[in-house]
Ligand binder design. Structure first.
Ligand code: UFG
Length: 328
């Protein structure tokens, strides 16, 4: 039986595809390649197209024996979502509706969903637990929460089973060096810091140094993308065992400030990284750190690559080998 991975050519999706292939799974990918890269697929069958194309989805389910779906395909830039919320509702929420309807028609009812810490908004406590209040502060997080809720109603009405994985800050690259992070435009801290180390950018901007944190810059929980990928495999296995639906945070449980990330990157790369202080970026909570106890105990998830030096080291290797990314 095959696993359908939507958005499998994207950053996190491509690492999940690699992990599935390493496990000997058959993989089918649907990706419109708007953000994904054909070269990021290390195997599997690619259907180039959009989730909102119902005929395409019916064909994918007809032509393959799919037993589970991992759903990554979505727009995921917080800043853009504040300017273009309609784009996020259309692609993320309506796209997910089309996927769920197609799954229901094909009688495929297991789904692992790529969710986010942005569903929580400003945390009520740190570390954040799955039972904490979900009040997104941006349209991106709001659409992801709406998608989670939609899947729950498909559970009630159509006996779907789901695992929602709420990621904190994904970073790093595959140990083979063949796949890594390549967004256009790039907005994430770790790749931007490394582009500054490469001299591709004149400096890295630190957005805000007046947060109520030790050094005044924002604190985040960085998790290696291949550790995230592992959690998806465990989630598929959980669903195949017939266990119930669940929501899990995925982070490493330790927070690092923006300034700490830059210092570690200086150490790992041995390069100068010029810094410019700037105003806060709209919508950024001061501290986001996960409690991933539930994923560890219930899924048996054991993130083993998420020491920050290791994360940045793997990303640095990718940036050195592929300074222009996939170049496609
Ligand atoms: N930052 C800078 N300078 C930059 C870029 C980022 O100081 O040039 C700061 C941000 O203000 C933030 C931290 O670095 O404090 C991390 O920023 P990222 O953009 O790398 O990541 P976010 O924490 O904003 O977002 C990530 C994911 C989102 C997800 C969110 C959940 O990219 O998809 O985590 O909290 F919604």
């Amino acid at each position: 039986m095959a696993v359908l991975v939507t958005g499998g050519a994207g950053y996190i999706g491509s690492h999940a595809v690699a992990a599935l292939l390493e496990k000997g799974e058959e993989v089918v990918v649907v990706d419109n390649l708007q953000q994904g890269h054909r070269a990021a697929l290390l195997g599997g069958v690619l259907y180039e197209g959009d989730l909102r194309d119902e005929e395409l989805l019916d064909r994918v389910f007809r032509e393959n024996k799919i037993d589970s779906v991992i759903h990554f395909a979505a727009n995921s830039l917080v800043g853009e979502s504040m300017k273009l919320p309609g784009k996020y509702y259309h692609n993320n929420v309506y796209g997910t509706l089309c996927l769920l309807e197609a799954m229901n028609r094909a009688d495929v009812k297991r789904i692992v969903f790529s969710s986010t810490a942005a569903t929580y908004g400003e945390p009520e406590q740190v570390p954040i637990r799955e039972t904490d209040r979900t009040e997104p502060t941006n349209a991106y997080g709001e659409t992801k929460l709406a998608m989670e809720k939609m899947i729950r109603w498909f559970e009630v009405a159509h006996e779907f089973r789901f695992v929602s994985l709420r990621y904190f800050n994904a970073a790093g690259a595959h140990e083979s060096g063949r796949i890594g992070e390549d967004h256009s435009p790039e907005t994430h801290l770790v790749p931007l810091v490394l582009q500054a180390a490469l001299g591709k950018r004149p400096h890295i901007s630190v957005f805000g140094e007046d947060y109520p944190t030790e050094d005044g810059s924002c604190v985040r929980d960085y998790i290696h993308v291949s550790d995230l990928a592992d959690a998806h495999i465990l989630a598929v296995e959980r669903l195949r065992r017939g266990e119930g639906s669940a929501v899990y945070n995925l982070g490493n449980g330790f927070g690092f400030s923006v300034k700490q990330v830059i210092d570690i990157a200086r150490r790992v790369t041995g390069r100068e990284i010029p810094v410019v202080m700037e105003d806060r970026r709209a919508g950024d909570p001061a501290v986001l750190v996960a409690s991933s106890e539930k994923a560890r105990t219930e899924l048996g998830w054991n993130p083993r690559r998420s020491d920050l030096e290791n994360i940045i080291g793997s990303a640095w290797k990718w940036h050195l080998d592929r300074p222009e990314g996939y170049n496609d």
